[in-house]
Design a protein around this ligand. Structure first.
Ligand SMILES: Nc1ncnc2c1ncn2[C@@H]1O[C@H](COP(=O)(O)OP(=O)(O)OP(=O)(O)O)[C@@H](O)[C@H]1O
Ligand SMILES: [Mg+2]
Length: 258
C-alpha cells in the first residue's frame, strides 16, 4: 500500500532520515521503534505529506499522497504525538470526535443518527462511551487520549497512523488498545503504522517491526528480529535486552508478590 524509495529528509542541512526504502502492505500492522530524536515523527509526517523530502519518493496505492487523499477524503486517520485539540474549549466529547465533520457555522447543528451511532461505537470501543456528552475539559488525560483515538476512527480510515498512542494510557488499557488495533488490521484490513516506545508490547502485537535511527536498521517480522543485536544497534550499548518467558525468575517472583 505504501512504497518508500530512497527517502532522505534534512532539516537545516542536517540529515534526519537517511536513504530509507521500505514497503507496507494493505492490512499490515507496523510498529516503529527508535530512541528520542530518531526521526520517527519526521517519517510519519513525511508519509502524510506534511514534510517535503530532500530526496526520494513516497507513494500510497501507487499515487502521490495528495492524489491519494483527493480520491476520497478521510482515507487516513492520524493521531499526532502532540494533541492539536485545545482541551479547554467548551465543547463536548461528541463535538470533539466530529470536529472534522463540522462545517462553518455547523458547530451547533444536530448530528445525523448514523454519525451519533458511529461516535458512540468508537467511544465505547475505547472505553469512554459514557462520557459522550461530557465537556472535554472534564476528562482525565488518558480519557482525552481515548477521545482522540475515537476521532481518528470516525470515518473508518484505510490507513491509520498513530504517533505514540499510549501516552497517558494506563497499562491495563494499553493491552486492550493493542488488541483493538490488531483486530482492526485483521478484520477491517486497516493498515496501521504505530510509533511506540513500548518495545515488548509492540513486538507482541504488530506484524512487522521497523527499527529506526536516522537509517532504517531493520524492517522485518516481529518474530524474526534478533533483538540483542538490532536494539543495541538502534538504542546503543546501554540497552539490556531481557527476554521474559515461562521460565523467567523475575516474572515468577512478581506473580508471587501479587
Ligand atoms: N521542524 C524541525 N526543524 C528542525 N529540526 C527538526 C524539526 N522537527 C524535528 N527536527 C529534528 O529532527 C530529529 C528527529 O525528530 P523526530 O521528532 O522525528 O524524532 P522522534 O523519533 O519522533 O523522537 P521522539 O521519540 O522524541 O518523539 C530531531 O533531532 C529533531 O530535533
Ligand atoms: Mg516523535
Amino acid at each position: 500500500m505504501i512504497t518508500i524509495r530512497n527517502l532522505t529528509v534534512k532539516f537545516n542541512d542536517k540529515i534526519i532520515l537517511d536513504n530509507i526504502s521500505m514497503g507496507i502492505g494493505k492490512g499490515e500492522f507496523v510498529g516503529i521503534l527508535g530512541p528520542n530524536g530518531a526521526g520517527k515523527t519526521t517519517l510519519i509526517k513525511t508519509i502524510l505529506g506534511l514534510i517535503k523530502p530532500s530526496n526520494g519518493t513516497i507513494t500510497i496505492d501507487n499515487k502521490s499522497i495528495s492524489e491519494y487523499m483527493n480520491r476520497k477524503s478521510n482515507l487516513i486517520g492520524y493521531l499526532p504525538q502532540h494533541a492539536i485539540v485545545n482541551w479547554n474549549m467548551p465543547i463536548r466529547v461528541i463535538d470533539a470526535v466530529m470536529i472534522e465533520n463540522i462545517k462553518p457555522f455547523g458547530l451547533f447543528r444536530k448530528y445525523k443518527k448514523d454519525e451519533i451511532e458511529s461516535a458512540k461505537y468508537w467511544l465505547e470501543l475505547f472505553g469512554v462511551g459514557d462520557r459522550m456528552y461530557s465537556y472535554i475539559k472534564e476528562l482525565s488525560g488518558g480519557q482525552q487520549q481515548r477521545v482522540s483515538l475515537a476521532r481518528c476512527m470516525i470515518h473508518n480510515p484505510e490507513l491509520l497512523i498513530l504517533d505514540e498512542p499510549n501516552t497517558a494510557i494506563d497499562a491495563v488499557y494499553n493491552t486492550k488498545l493493542y488488541e483493538i488495533l490488531k483486530e482492526l488490521s485483521i478484520k477491517n484490513r486497516m493498515t496501521i503504522i504505530m510509533v511506540s516506545h513500548d518495545i515488548g508490547a509492540v513486538t507482541k502485537y504488530v506484524d512487522e517491526v521497523m527499527c529506526l535511527n536516522v537509517k532504517l536498521h531493520c524492517h522485518s517480522k516481529a518474530n524474526k528480529i534478533n533483538f540483542s543485536t538490532v536494539l543495541r544497534e538502534v538504542y546503543g550499548d546501554d540497552m539490556e535486552v531481557v527476554i521474559h518467558g515461562d521460565g523467567c525468575k523475575n516474572c515468577a517472583l512478581n506473580r508471587g508478590n501479587k
